[in-house]
Ligand binder design. Sequence first.
Ligand code: SF4
Length: 607
Amino acid sequence: MPDEQLGLFEDRLRQETNRDVHKRDGGQKIPEPIQDLTPLQEKIIEHLRSSDLAPQPPLPARSLHNYVYCARLFYYQWVEKIFVENADTVAGSSIHRHVDKPSRLEDNLAALKLPENAKLRSLKLESSALGLVGVVDMVEGGEDGVEIIDYKKGAARRNALGEMIPKEADAMQVIAHGLLLQEQGMKVAAASIYYAESKRRVPVELNDAAYDLCRQRIAEAKAIAISNHCPPPLKDDARCLYCSAYPVCLPNESAYWQEPKEKPPILERAPMPDGDTGEIIVVQKAGAVVGQRGDQLVVSVDGEEPRKFPAKQVRSVYLYGAVQLTSQAAQTCLEEGIDVGYFSPAGKFLGLLRGLPASGVDARLGQYRLFGEPGIRLQLAREIVRSKIHNQRVLLMRNGDVPDRVLQEMTNCRDATEKAVDAQRLLGLEGAAAAVYFEHFATMLKRNDGWSFDFNGRNRRPPRDPVNAMLSLGYSILSKELTGVCHTVGLDPFLGFFHQPRYGRPALALDLMEEFRPLIVDSVVIGLLNRGELTDSDFINSASGTNLNEHGRRGFWEAYFRRMDTEVSHPEFGYKMSYRRMLEVQARQLWRFLRGEATQYHGFTTR
Ligand code: SF4
């Protein structure tokens, strides 16, 4: 990158940092003195100094808009292809619907001599010289040249005189459109933005200074894109309140994870994406077919009325045993982001069908790099085991009938993890705690008339009693969920830090699962038996072990899904969210750590 451009870029980063620390004084923003660059920003500058700007695809003017709004948002959407819809983005698309019908090609070619009052809609323009592409909502012919009209949801800003002015990012997008039109040889006389909420057209100033600034912003955005460093989150900034990437970015949580204080901030806003709910379809009848008709998924079972589910309202499909998924239905699932989990008839998780992952290269690179550092592997493994033992102890304390001595033993194992000097010792502590926990697990079960079995500790492959059959099934479903979550956040589910990588084993998903095993699966099993929802008649005993029958599995899933929808308080930030969502928040925290944006990983623990 040329030195002059680099200098401008560096200034911009400083301004960005500075903007973060503006003080509020009676509603007025007072700038603090210019800040030093953060270590991450310095890394970006260093990277740019030592690298050439490789050819890049043209930058969409819409991405330039994101960059001006927030460099981190730009990086998520343009570089990592992470796009989260929220009410604002959906409403924005709907505002654009009526201008998104492109004018005919011959109209576009006639653009150079657009007659007065003639209009071109949704005009797509690209310039290799500018490295820019954009779709202009509307161009209207005028006496002195054309006028650009862009459409935005929301309201215009007001200046100190109370006059309506465009938002900075909106204006920059329009100025970029002006550059593109000029490149086509058109004279651009004026530009304005129609703000749907204000119901007003607000002018955008076009002059040489505006065009120069726009060129500079394009260069900055491209530099960030190739830097391989995601810019840090904004601090205490109102822009985050309206940002669709909030549930992925977690700006306040990230700030704490980067520099943990003694007391974490109490956050009122849980990072919930809109539409965080959705149906889960479980199909277990041999010979059943999951097909697609129109925008619905249809489950057909011989002799039964087909059941239809609007694809947009489905979150996951679980297929057990000999169930067919048609290629049309598979395609719909890939397009709609619906996970399809394949399980054996006995419930073993076999694999996952899902669309392309978020690019997430930074996190995966961090994951591979940190895996090569024994100290980091041990740090993460310690926290994973510590959290698991802690949660096992809490479950036993709340539901079991055990002497204090037993709880103390678990406390000792938990606390000893912090001093474990290698993975072997950690495994030993985990095993010792598990032995104590499962030895007393039966004290959490309130025996009822419906069952005749005993539980004498954990066994598997195959499970030999109903409790173990349910634990195995539950862990299998949970590992499927966390494998999907790893893909969602852009981590490699097969490279773990506590669980050793082994062919076909989602080691990282298993790492993330440890802290949730007692709180989700064990808790479901205890609840099902204590409430008498499952009895002896829900299990089949055979030479190959004990399994749930169809009715038993149905009951188990219902209880499991209820548990996943149960809201719990986040142990650090205080807000409430479902266990399902908490899995993703924990994975995102690990993602932060692996990208170098957090100094530690904190396991999820309850009191
Ligand atoms: S939440 Fe805030 S910091 Fe994060 S991408 Fe959005 S605006 Fe930027």
